[in-house]
Design a protein around this ligand. Structure first.
Ligand code: BGC
Length: 348
């Protein structure tokens, strides 16, 4: 029995030696792996856009491409962007994610089609160990909390709305009749809303109106409707309202610039120039409309910072280093790019 035990001890010792050897091998491979990481001088980023024909998203896409070049120049790391358009289909986007992973993307930047249904993407990314930076369409908190390699970048919707309301509050304080055009003591407005499921639509609608009220502007809502962020849909709605409420509308509050431009299209067709229209985004066509006096004002997200924050965060995920300090993350997960008011300069 004893001998038997001794024999087992010998075997255990031999086993231990093999185990040590194995561990040394593993450690060595681990180190080599780390060395490989340190030497990583190229990264591949898979980007999927909910709709490539969305004006704001297009502006962000262009900025991302610029920032990728800038990142390459500054860091000497080759950046390959694989940009895909999901064309409004969650299913297509899920397939794009699968393809990105099979192509060996180091990180994914996803503008989800259905922000309530990000779980499939998260499942795939987690299984493959590929971090995800979501942007513009915010997944629900429950999904975001599933993994510490999930991030979100997008403007703070309440801040946007408060700034948008402030455009009118400031003008009203300066010159009430510039807002209450018919001078009846009430500012009659219509509201153009984005997609009903988008966090920005709900919060912007609520807080722009609240800011007008808090700022002492005597407002009355005539009507409102959902135009899904789209210029043509907004134009059709506005045309209908102009017919239903002739000579009543004094202000158009729009959840984004494209819909504001749609309202302006309808106003132009009707030959109306005095109605104030305010948007959000600071898109290129939006800024042009401010310059030529058709759009009173907008809230512009700083696209350079927006694009750079996505790029820098994605790169740090891809390289496995700390997130960039210049874009501090709330709760280690969220970054909100800065925004500013742009208004038509009546002096210029
Ligand atoms: C922008 C819209 C855009 C939408 C797309 C919003 O934050 O203001 O212009 O269409 O995001 O998700």
């Amino acid at each position: 029995m004893k001998r038997c035990c001794t024999r087992w001890n010998d075997r255990q010792k031999a086993g231990k030696r093999i185990l040590c050897l194995l561990m040394a091998c593993l450690l060595l491979t681990g180190c080599q792996g780390t060395r490989k990481e340190e030497e990583k001088n190229s990264i591949r980023i898979g980007i999927s856009l909910y709709r490539g024909d969305d004006t704001f998203i297009n502006n962000i896409r262009n900025e991302l491409e610029e920032q990728a070049k800038e990142y390459e120049r500054e860091n000497g790391i080759k950046v390959t962007l694989d940009i895909q358009d999901a064309k409004g289909s969650q299913n297509t986007q899920n397939n794009q994610v699968e393809r990105f992973i099979s192509l060996g993307c180091d990180v994914l930047c996803i503008n989800p089609v259905d922000r309530m249904d990000a779980s499939v993407i998260i499942d795939k990314a987690m299984t493959a160990g590929v971090p995800v930076v979501f942007f513009n369409r915010q997944p629900v908190e429950e999904d975001m909390n599933r993994w510490d390699q999930l991030y979100y970048i997008g403007v703070d919707a309440k801040e946007t709305a408060v700034l948008q309301g402030q455009i009118i509050v400031d003008l009203y304080r300066e010159d009430p009749l510039a807002v209450d055009i018919n001078g009846d003591g009430v500012v009659s407005y219509v509201m153009l809303e984005g997609e009903s499921s988008h966090q920005d639509s709900l919060i912007r609608t609520e807080w722009s109106v609240q800011t007008l009220k808090d700022g002492g502007v005597p407002i009355e809502k005539i009507t409102g409707g959902i135009a899904n962020w789209e210029r043509s849909q907004a134009s059709a709605l506005m045309e209908q309202w102009l017919g239903e409420y002739p000579e009543t509308i004094e202000l158009v509050v729009s959840n984004n610039d494209d819909m504001a431009l749609g309202a302006i299209d309808a106003l132009s067709r009707a030959g109306i120039t005095e109605v104030n229209v305010i948007g959000i985004d600071g898109t290129i066509p939006g800024i042009e409309a401010i310059e030529n006096g058709k759009l009173l004002g907008t809230v512009s997200a700083n696209k350079e910072v927006y694009g750079s924050a996505i790029m820098e965060l994605a790169a740090s995920c891809a390289l496995g280093v700390e997130p960039p300090g210049e874009y501090p993350l709330t709760d280690g997960t969220y970054y909100w790019p800065p925004q500013e008011i742009l208004v038509h300069n009546t002096d210029g």
